[in-house]
Every structure is written in C-alpha cells, then in structure tokens.
Design a protein around this ligand. Sequence first.
Ligand code: PA5
Length: 446
Amino acid sequence: MKITLNHAASFVPAASLNELAAKTAQCNQLLENGQGAGNDFLGWVTLPSSITPDFLSEVEQTAKQLRERCEVVVVAGIGGSYLGARAVNEALASSFDAFQAKDRKNPYIVYAGNNIGEDYLADMMEFLDDKQFGIINISKSGTTTETALAFRLLKTMLEKKVGKAEAKLRIVAVTDRAKGALRSLATQEGYKTFVIPDNVGGRFSVLTPVGLLAIAVAGFDIRALVKGAQDMERRTAADVPYAENPACQYAAMRNALYQAGKKIEILVNFNPRLHYFSEWWKQLYGESEGKQHKGIFPASVDFTTDLHSMGQWIQDGERSIFETVISIEKANREVRVPHDDENLDGLNFLAGKRVDEVNKMAELGTRLAHIDGGVPNILIEFERVDEYNIGQFIYFFERGCGISGYLLGVNPFDQPGVEAYKKNMFALLDKPGYEKESAAIKARLA
Ligand code: PA5
C-alpha cells in the first residue's frame, strides 16, 4: 500500500500542512495510550494484533455449520453492524455472484435490517420462501428497530418453515455480552452467539464477528484479512514516524485541505466491486467526524461509471472538493481486447491490450484532468483486491479516521446525532416510554 500526496500538497499552505503533520504523532499516541476523547471505544486500535487463532477457528466452525445447512444466509444489521461485511464480501465475490445458481460452492449472502422498506422485505421473504436459509443477526445495542423488525419477520418465517429446533441451528446472534433485547432473546432461545467487545464501536467493528462471521460464511479467508490488518496496525503505530506512516499522512492532508476550504472529500474507485467499500468508508468518516457543525462531507463515486454523471461537476463545479483515489495495481482476472478485421467500431488501436490497461489510462487521464481543474488529489494504491490487501485497507482507514478526528478536535467515537431521528420515530409510533415526546411531536404537527 502506498500513499501519494504531491497533487494535494500543492493546494494547501505548507505551514498549515506542517503544523498538522506535527500534531499527528500526538493524536496517534492518544489512540494508543487511551487518553483522548472517546477513550472507552478504542478497542479497535489493537484489535488485529489481539485476534487469536482459536477465536478465528470458532468463527470458521460456526460459518461451516451455516454453510452446510443453508443455501442462503441473511445478514441482518445496519450501519457499522452491516457495511463492513458487505464491503468485503462484494469486493471479493464475482460481480455476478447473485446470478450464479449452478455448482455454487458458497451460500448466497443477502442483507436485511438495513432499511424499513416493506417492498424490500416482502421481496426478500418471497425469495427465501423455497430456500434453505439461515440468519446472522447483528446488533451491538440489540435494540435497533430496523434490524429487530427484519429479524422478527425472518425468525417467524424460518421457524414456521423448519421448526424451532432446526431454526436454532441456523440462527447466530452477534451482540453485546450482557445488554440489550437481542442478548436476552438469544439466551432464551439458546442461539449460538458472538460478543461484540464493549470497547469497539459499530463502525470500527468489521474485524470482530460483526464482519468476520459473514465473510467466512461467504467463503473468504478471514485469516488473510486479519493478517493484512495486523501488518497495517504495525505500519501505522504511534512510534512510526510521519514520513513512513500513511495513516498520519492521510489524516494531516485531509485536514489541511479542509482548512483550505475543501469541505467535501470524494472517494474514487475504478473497480465496481469496491462500491460498498465506499459506503463503509462514508459511514466511518461521516459518523466519526460530522460533529459540532464541522467535518469533511464524505462522498463517493464509482468511475468510470460516474464520470458520465458526476464528471462534469467534479471537473468544473464549485471548487470545494478534493478526491481520494483508490488505485488497484493489478486486476485479478484477465480480458484482452480482440482484433476485428473490419474495425467498424474503430477500436483496433486497443486490440491485444488488457481491459485493465484501458481502465488505468482512464484513471490517469481523469486524475490529471481533475488536478488541472483544481481538484486536489490524494492517491492510495493497493496491489490487488484480495483478503490480505482488504485487511490493510480497513485498518488504514480506521487508523486514519481516529487520527483525523482528533486533529479536527472532535470525539470520533460517539454518534449523538443519530439519536434525533429515532426519538421522533418512536414518538410518532407511540413507543412505550415516549409518551411525553409523542404528545409534543403530535402538537407540533397539529
Ligand atoms: O457505527 C455505529 O455505531 C452505528 O452505525 C451502529 O453500528 C448502527 O447504528 C447499528 O447499531 P447496533 O449494532 O446497535 O444495532
């Protein structure tokens, strides 16, 4: 993994970047010594190096049981209890995995509990109707409405279909060790459970069973994923100097750009399989930094697809943006452009080239065009999309986020703003305990 900053550095005053760079060591140290804001949620910092082979074997064993019993596994969760697993699974699976019906080696993974769409849930239940399915229900609080609602529907359906005893073998709960409705329900029903450590918040939890179980069920190598994260944990540690520490460099540069008026960061990929990585990254940075009326707005695009929708704005719209490009050095598959004697489409100048060479030139051409158009560019290069590199990728962005949040002067590990909509929704739905709020909101609407 390599980070290149020169096409961003030219857009910020050197003094501001130097000042922020100097502060990164202290911020990074706070993550390790636990003396910064939100220090009860720093378990993720040393999580990769604390994962044991026995723990991974337990996750793999449970995944095996689900894989043997189920053609479809529903992963129910939202936010940090959902996006990491989906990001990894979609990056590693065939883009057409959902359509590969014959000779499948792995169960289909589908996701529920991340919305309250009635049509979505009805479609899912229809899809599951003739399938042998299981459920991984993930919720740290154990009380999240979206997830609990989906789980109630799916659990009811599964028990009706296969009976309570078999359903018990196909349901796994990932939740707090003691608190929450999901913990008590799982204990009562006798489900296999995994614990989300108290000191790891949702958006930093992909390397706990929150992400690892669903990734193992999908058939991917969680040991290589964890190895990548462990290597990145060492590479971004507080004793690694700024010049060699990509997380410190990323954090300093994005804050320098923010101070220079670049309020929006667009994460760019040129590989459609990384779409959900951007979704995971947006949550990580958005929920960590958007506080006290500050914070870079994290946006994302999939190129070259979105060059034909957002390209105009990025090239020529308001100059309040910068781009962070995720560049993948090697494609995993090989497709070459064939020669055509008639050349009716005029593409013979590409004959013999790999599609990835064309993509790389689109990437370089786009970067240069956007830099020329006044868009600062941070380049982050990974060798390929595989478990090991994804493990690095995850930890790099987590570490960068912690340092960046401290540089910005916020607590990156809470999310008080997420409660406002829940309070209103519960009041509107007359949830017991919300009587005062119900009366107030109804008076407002009268
Ligand atoms: O990052 C976070 O903390 C949130 O996005 C949570 O993961 C999300 O709200 C789901 O919460 P829970 O796991 O308690 O259901």
